[in-house]
Structure formats: C-alpha cells, structure tokens
Design a protein around this ligand. Sequence first.
Ligand SMILES: [Fe+2]
Length: 316
Amino acid sequence: MALETPIELLKTAFVSYSHVDFDTAKQFYLDFGLNIVEESPDSLFFRGYGTEPFIYHLKRSKTGKSTFDGAAYIVTSRRELERATSVEGATPISRLNAPGGGEVVTLTDPQGFHIHLVHGQAEREADNLDLEKLTFNYEDNKPRKGRFQRFSAGAAPVYRWGHYGVTYDPVNVGYQRMFSWYTEVIGLAPSDFVERDGHTITCFFHVDRKKDFSDHHCFFFKPCKPGQEPNVAHAAFEVHDFDIQQLGHNFLASKNYKLCWGVGRVGGHFIKRNQYLMTDNRSMYWAVKSLTTGSTLVALWSNIMRTVTWSIKTPM
Ligand SMILES: [Fe+2]
C-alpha cells in the first residue's frame, strides 16, 4: 500500500555493521573515541557522550564478509512505526533488543540497504565533558586577551553519529528510484545535488523537519564505480570542534590506522572531515556542520570534488 505522506523522522540514531575481524573493529572504535555500553562475545554497543543510548552496533560477522547492516532514525510517533509496516518489504514492529530499548521496523531501500525506524527508545543523560568553546581572535577583533588555549593529545570524544552514505547501481537501480524512495517513503529532503554530464547522480539529504532546522545532511547516495558492488561509503560522527577533530586525527595516525582523507572543509559551509579506513569501511569525524530547512536554497554541484573546499586527499 502506498503511503500518503512519507514516514516522519525526528533525528538520526545509530548505525550497524558486522565485521569479520571483530576484535580489530572493537579496538578501532575505542581509539576512534567511542565508549562501550554493552558487550557480549558477538555483539557490542558503543555510545558517544550525547543522549543516544548507543550509536554504533558492532556484530561479529557470521557470513565471512564484513557488511553494513543499516542506519537508524528515530520517528516522531508510534503511529509512524505502524504506518511503516505497510511499506513493501517492511518487517513487523518488534522490540529493539539494545541499550535504551524501544521498538523497531526495518525497511529495505531499492538497492537493498536497511533503514531501521525506531520509537520509544529511552535516552541517556549526556555526559558533561566541559569542553571549552573557543574564543577566536580575528584580524580586526581580538576578544581573547591574556587567556590561552591549551589542548591535550589523545582520542577525540565522540558526541553522536550523524550521517552516512551509500553507493547505488546506476544501471539496475538508478538515481530516480533511490531519490523517490528516500523522499516519498521516508521523510528526507534534498540539501545538495551533484550532477555529471547534465544528469543528477548524487544527492545529500537532511531530515525533513519542515520549518525546524536539522543537520545539512544525514545521508547521501552516489553511483558506484564500474566493477564495484554497491556498499556503504562511510559513517560520520560528530565531535566538539575542529581542534578535537584534529587531535583525534593525530591520535589515529599515531596508531597507524589507514587514512583515506585528511582533515578538510566540505561544501564551503558545513563540515571539516577526515576519514579512516578500517576492516572494509570508513569512519570519519565531523564538526561545525550547518543546519538547514526545506526553505534553504538547494545547491547544485557540477562535480562532487567541487564540494571539497580544501582537504588533503590521500591516494587510496
Ligand atoms: Fe560524510
């Protein structure tokens, strides 16, 4: 049965992965700055210091392959979960057996990626890390007088998970099917488009909160390269600010994790990023992302690399 309106989303919740090398993945995410909430031999829940009871579910792969097992959003009411069960291929409502509890319905997009819709999850009280909000001195305005900024090296505390991306098969699935699904079945709205040869191939989306602002993007999709299988592109986690991001970057580099991108600014208006590759997938930090609404002007980029204002690209 077709939905009259898309499933209304409230915000991002968590991502879920299965890793062949469970122990390496566990160590990576500890070094990345996540905290263990609950652990068993084959399943581990990590949290940030924000209100989400967990933000990364790590599972031991049973298939011999590392897989992306979907991303989750909180929906605005239980009614939205009930409506979601009418979507083709949806699961029934079931208990979410994870920290914070709640209920979940899992959908599958045209490319086969899972979207978990969650309601009734109990939030935790955010940790107060008392991270300093820096005062910047500009050439014509220098409010920081007689005060200094001191930093400690080490892992970056991660606040929450905030966006991810996937690749799609441009021949057998195609851009339009993906775009229609993500805007008509679940309530995402476009923030930026990227085109190639006059055709739109990539879209960045925000959670459609109508007149309320939300992060510039929580999701994007782009075509997979010839010969490649559709897969997750990366998952991205919010940290306090640029310095924390750079300190985390330095810490991961000191542990010899493989770097995909250096720290940089993307879009000229939203994030700074770095990406680390570990056991078949990439994770990255972001900070200072802009907020947007449906009435913010949507940007059209002629090339995805034009969205990168400055960054160090590490050849892969
Ligand atoms: Fe990203």
